[in-house]
Design a binder for this molecule. Structure first.
Ligand code: ASP
Length: 335
């Protein structure tokens, strides 16, 4: 009797000890991961060709590298719509060494693509938000209209020949183009690229007529007069381009689309590693050089409390809720 009771007790005790040991091992592994991370270079994967998102990644990478004590590299995995890079990061080792930068597209891609091989809401750990950037609607120097009124008339009269460049269905430039078309009530020919960097090159060369892009790319072209500028895509003017009127001011009432950028890690990345990356991002958004550089390019750096996993999750969910009815109304899907 005493023996069997003793046996039962020792089975329980053994189970308890095993559970405790597993818990301690997990804790130790997480602590080691946190203490050791990063022991080599971290790579930020950019979903587009060199252009505005790439520029944001490089500015942030430089500052994060200083606080992580390891190089932070930038790798471009360009694709039309920016859908290849998230899938690649989703499938990479969840160890914090491969992370993703993406923009508002993380909220609109799952609505625009009904067959997608990643889910922004379940396949990633959130690191935090970086910044917010207005776009500007710009045109080739060769395009006859000089302001929005003339542009609307011109687009309606020449819809078979006007071309609108963008970075693919799901990209911010595409979203902005869609919004413009719905305001103007005309469909023009859309020309997809693997990023607005190459789209801007063709706009400068006169091969395409119109492009909506982040001020990060358009500011220098506007200042040097190499493109025609029709307006800012947010309700407020851009501090770095104060003379440029918003589209809303010019009669496209409530035209409001800004690009926000954020960092993600593959699902399953240890919590401690995500925290380390997130605090490096917080240091970056506090870095005066980063704030200054973004401001020169028309972008607003988010405060550190938004460079956090929670803030990014809230933003992602609210943006999906905002864009779903708008996109469903257009009935335009990528697949
Ligand atoms: N600005 C681009 C877009 O349309 C992306 C990029 O090339 O950075 O989403």
């Amino acid at each position: 009797m005493a023996n069997s009771r003793g046996d039962r007790l020792s089975v329980k005790a053994r189970a308890l000890a095993a559970g405790l040991a597993a818990g301690l091992a997990a804790l130790a592994a997480a602590t080691v991961a946190a203490e050791e991370f990063p022991s080599k270079a971290v790579t930020i994967v950019v979903p587009f060709a060199p252009g505005p998102t790439d520029t944001v990644a490089r500015i942030v990478a430089r500052s994060m590298s200083a606080s992580l004590g390891q190089p932070v590299l930038v790798e471009n995995r360009p694709s039309v719509g920016g859908i290849v890079a998230p899938e690649a990061v989703k499938n990479s080792r969840p160890d914090g060494y491969t992370i993703l930068i993406h923009h508002i597209g993380m909220a609109t891609i799952p609505i625009l693509y009904r067959k997608l091989r990643f889910d922004p809401l379940t396949d990633f750990e959130y690191i935090g938000l970086i910044n917010e950037v207005p776009m500007t609607l710009v045109g080739s120097e060769k395009l006859p209209p000089n302001d929005v009124k003339e542009l609307i008339r011109y687009v309606r009269e020449h819809k078979d020949k006007v071309t609108f460049a963008h970075a693919g269905v799901g990209a911010a430039s595409h979203l902005c183009g869609l919004l413009f078309m719905s305001f103007v009530e005309a469909d023009v020919m859309s020309v997809p690229y693997k990023g607005t960097g190459p789209a801007m090159n063709d706009l400068l060369g006169g091969q395409v007529d119109l492009l909506c892009d982040q001020t990060i790319s358009t500011t220098s072209q506007i200042r040097s007069g190499k493109v025609k500028v029709y307006g800012v895509t947010t309700l407020r003017r851009v501090a770095s381009l104060p003379e440029i009127r918003t589209l809303d001011e010019q009669g496209l009432t409530n035209f409001d689309v800004a690009v926000w950028q954020a960092l993600y890690a593959p699902k399953g990345t240890p919590r401690s590693v995500v925290r380390r990356l997130s605090s490096a991002l917080q240091a970056a958004v506090r870095d005066p050089q980063v704030i200054h550089r973004f401001a020169e390019l028309g972008a607003t750096t988010y405060p550190p409390e938004m460079a956090t996993p929670d803030a990014l999750e809230v933003r992602l969910r609210s943006e999906i809720a905002r864009w779903r009815p708008i996109i469903d109304k257009t009935g335009i899907y990528a697949d």
